[in-house]
Design a protein around this ligand. Structure first.
Ligand code: BTN
Length: 241
């Protein structure tokens, strides 16, 4: 598989999207730093030296409505490799991997589709690895952590990346060959969202209630105070208590 390595890039997701049409599935775009790292919902993603900032091009040939499932696949793979190094990684719906309630990884999935078939999916994964908290600008620091901070020691990024890519490949094969419920069950076991009182913000509204599950497409199911249920496919999730 091809790896496009950059010392500095605007956003690995942007580069990956530019080349996706002519690249094979599994192609990786990775950079030491990003100057225009992008988070979900138009937010900025701080990407200094010491992290792993990468995008994986996938061509799963699935309907567009299933593309968000790949976010769960990636989150599960990240959480699993972090757990392998001895840290208690948990997943906050839809895509944050956290340790002790602090975010260590974010995932930005972008897809291009023709009618309802996905042409390609770019899985953008940012992992805070060897930074100290002072490397993260103050306005982003609250609620964030790094693997080095949590583990108390430096991590070999190359071997961590190799482990992650193997894990991602395994999860992806399972995604393509097994019922999605397999991934979903593993994801649910590591998620700390279900059972919590949440407040989810979408561009159009705010939904509050108890998170009681996820649908097979990865939408969060919320039971509201009036006992009605709602499914939310994308949004910003805050734990209310
Ligand atoms: C989020 O939690 O809001 C998602 C953050 C995604 C960050 C990664 S870093 C590599 C890739 N390139 C980007 O510009 N964003 C993603």
């Amino acid at each position: 598989k091809k790896i496009h390595y950059f010392e500095e890039v605007s956003s690995t997701n942007s580069v990956a999207k530019e080349i996706a049409a002519s690249e094979e599935e599994g192609t990786l775009v990775i950079a030491e730093i990003q100057k225009g790292g992008r988070g979900r919902m138009g937010r900025e993603w701080v990407s200094p030296h010491g992290g792993i900032w990468m995008s994986v091009i996938l061509k799963p040939g699935i309907p567009l409505r299933h593309a968000s499932r790949l976010t769960l696949v990636a989150g599960l793979a990240v959480a699993n490799v972090i757990r392998e190094i001895g840290l208690d990684a948990r997943i906050k719906w839809p895509n944050d991997v956290r340790i002790n309630g602090k975010k260590v990884c974010g995932i930005l999935t972008e897809a291009k589709a023709e009618v309802d078939r996905v042409d390609y999916v770019v899985l953008g994964i940012g992992i805070n690895v060897n930074m100290d908290l002072k490397d993260i600008p103050e306005s982003f620091r609250a609620g964030s952590t790094t693997l080095k901070v949590e583990l108390g020691k430096h991590i070999r990024r190359v071997s961590f990346l190799q482990d992650f890519l193997l894990e991602l490949e395994q999860q992806y094969i399972s995604f393509k060959t097994q019922p999605f419920s397999h991934i979903l069950n593993d994801w649910l076991a590591l998620s700390d969202t279900i059972g919590k009182e949440v407040k989810v913000t979408t561009p159009s509204r705010i939904i509050e209630g108890r998170a009681i599950g996820v649908t097979p497409d990865g939408a969060l199911i919320i039971r509201k105070a009036d006992d009605t249920k709602e499914e939310i496919i994308a949004g910003r999730c805050i734990y209310a208590r």
